[in-house]
Design a protein around this ligand. Sequence first.
Ligand SMILES: Cc1cc2nc3c(=O)[nH]c(=O)nc-3n(C[C@H](O)[C@H](O)[C@H](O)COP(=O)(O)OP(=O)(O)OC[C@H]3O[C@@H](n4cnc5c(N)ncnc54)[C@H](O)[C@@H]3O)c2cc1C
Length: 304
Amino acid sequence: MPDPRGDIRHNAPLGPLTSIKVGGMADALAACTSFDAVTGALAWAREHGAPVAVVGKGSNLIVDDAGFRGMVIRLTGRLASISVRGDRTLWCGGGASLPRAVQRAAAAGLAGLEFGASIPGTVGGAVAMNAGAYSSDLSHVLDWAVVCDANGRQRVGRDDLAMGYRTTSVAGDQVVAAAGFALEPGDPGRIRARLDDLRAHRRATQPQGVRTFGSVFTNPPGDSAGRLIEAAGLKGHAVGGARISPVHANFIEARSGASAGDIIALMDIARRRVRDAGGPVLHAEVRYMHPEWGIGAPPLAEIA
Ligand SMILES: Cc1cc2nc3c(=O)[nH]c(=O)nc-3n(C[C@H](O)[C@H](O)[C@H](O)COP(=O)(O)OP(=O)(O)OC[C@H]3O[C@@H](n4cnc5c(N)ncnc54)[C@H](O)[C@@H]3O)c2cc1C
């Protein structure tokens, strides 16, 4: 009989499920293809007192070197599909790739999601993080989301998610299993041209062909974390296999032998040096998977 929680694997390596590719193993990994499988997995975890962690493309995530003593949930199959519904709604499973959703919208002549073309996450992860770029973010185009927890699922409107700068009210034991975007009809040629421009801008300004997890820190009001870290003289600074990108100082690159510990140590140095130079205390944008608790803020040193 199929497991109601979806397809379960035990002792699953998590590094390969992230863009930075560090970290240990999860006790269990559930690949869920339906809303019922998601709620089933969450209910099972609650019943057994097992911590849960939801992982999309792992493109803004550091997994601890000791891995995770709980159940990781991922969305696949129908929950990673994309379709155009009606004249201007893009339906996406929470596990769908955001860049693929952008392509699908462009092919259908629907505009508004182009800023997401180079954000290499899933739709669910992007909703949970309120991902954004170029002065836009998902709160501008999200219409509704299906959010699952251990009690079932609920369709909520954008205004129910308290979407702010890289924050939402989506909790660690909730799963954004599907989302609907309200887009505007647009000229497909113009949409494609804008996508080409945005991708070219990325290639020119951010590290390419290396393992990263996007922005390390959020930008403090009126400034940029990259500018502050660069001004502190840290471009290219390394700890073990992790180094601050010589291309953009708000990126950390993982090289051979890099560990989660190296990355956290480098983040501590960056925060300390920016503060010592009279700058603000930087806050992590990247999420961190703790071995016992699940996903939250990285364990950085206290700074006054
Ligand atoms: C090269 C590069 C460039 C990037 N550029 C940008 C950028 O311009 N703008 C930007 O905002 N981000 C950027 N990022 C970061 C990242 O792509 C986004 O934060 C993305 O939204 C994360 O999605 P994910 O599926 O990879 O989430 P993950 O990294 O897997 O998880 C991140 C968080 O989202 C939660 N989560 C994941 N899926 C779900 C779900 N279905 N339901 C509920 N919670 C979920 C996780 O629990 C975790 O807390 C970049 C990353 C890289 C590597």
